[in-house]
Design a protein around this ligand. Sequence first.
Ligand code: ATP
Ligand code: MG
Length: 371
Amino acid sequence: MEKWILVHYDEIALKGKNRSFFEKKLASNLKKLLGGKLLKAYGRILIKTDLKDREIKKRLRLQPGVANFSFCYKVPNKIEEIKETALELAKESKRKTFRIDARKSVKFKKSSREINEIVGEEVRTKTKKKVNLNKPGITIYIELTEKGTFIYKDKFKGVGGLPIDSSGKLISLISGGIDSPVASYLAMKRGCDVVLIHFYNETLSELDKINELLEKLRGINPKIKLYMIPFTEIQRKIIAKVNSKYRMIIYRRLMNQIAEKIAEKDNVKGIVTGDSLGQVASQTIDNMRAIDESVKIPILRPLLTYNKNDIIKLAQKIGTYEISIKPYQDCCSFMVAQHPETKAKIDVIKEAEKGLNKKKLIEKALDNLNL
Ligand code: ATP
Ligand code: MG
């Protein structure tokens, strides 16, 4: 009897011919996340690792592509061993009622129903538990596959979605705030590999916080990359040359243009931001349009329609909230206007940024990156 972690995925199983591509991605992501040994068995991935159960739960709970997971015992496809292991699991629980749920994805001389009956009888007679099919205290799951039989009693829910790096690569603009780490996570949950970019003010920013956010996101995707780009000079120029009303919009346009340059070098297909419609003055449809116009690649906003409370709940779930609420300064108070533009017009914005030598500013920002 061996102990394994059993991972089920749902959505990727529906992907027809691409199924094996998604399975391979998920398997390779799980290997990076948990280490150890891997086994594939029709519609499931099994992992054996030295990590503690608590740590495994923490990591798998948020892993994109995982529908649910369990700690299971693996035994040969033999009814005596199946009975014995199921009985042992039943004895571990104090619950008074139970149900057996057997499934097969391999030829076996007994039907699933017969397995349920044989194992059910064993548990009923050797413990004091009663069968309850509708509302059992515990369910003992038995899965017979070509790789052996997996037996377990607790299923832990995952987040579903698609395995990271199965839908392509995006840049995610990450500030020190609550929203952008959540937006990055949602992009990963739909199968994107994300490259993070943070623009910082060398005189104001204390980068520990950004590194802490990075570490949190690395708990989900261990190989996530972060570019840190100094932005003080650009901020200074914007303050010197641009009417306060338009500063935030032009500041965002420059961020996107720098991100787009990195995207070109890194096979990236779009930019993710943490914008949410109407959350702050700069996040109106007109402003977003004026910001989007600065680049050719799409700007994607996973949180566009989310209420702040829902974003906070997600941030708490992924563990970034406590980090995000720590104080942090990435732009000085001159940048935030008292009466910012909310209905930006593209030609007005373009006129307002004319005084900046944008090309040079962008080149300079990219200079120390060694792309
Ligand atoms: P957040 O909580 O993500 O900071 P916010 O509500 O504070 O969001 P803004 O400050 O208006 O929003 O920023 C909007 C988006 O622009 C952010 O979600 C992020 O994607 C991007 N952004 C803002 N500041 C930076 C920065 N210094 N570096 C990289 N991206 C940034
Ligand atoms: Mg912010």
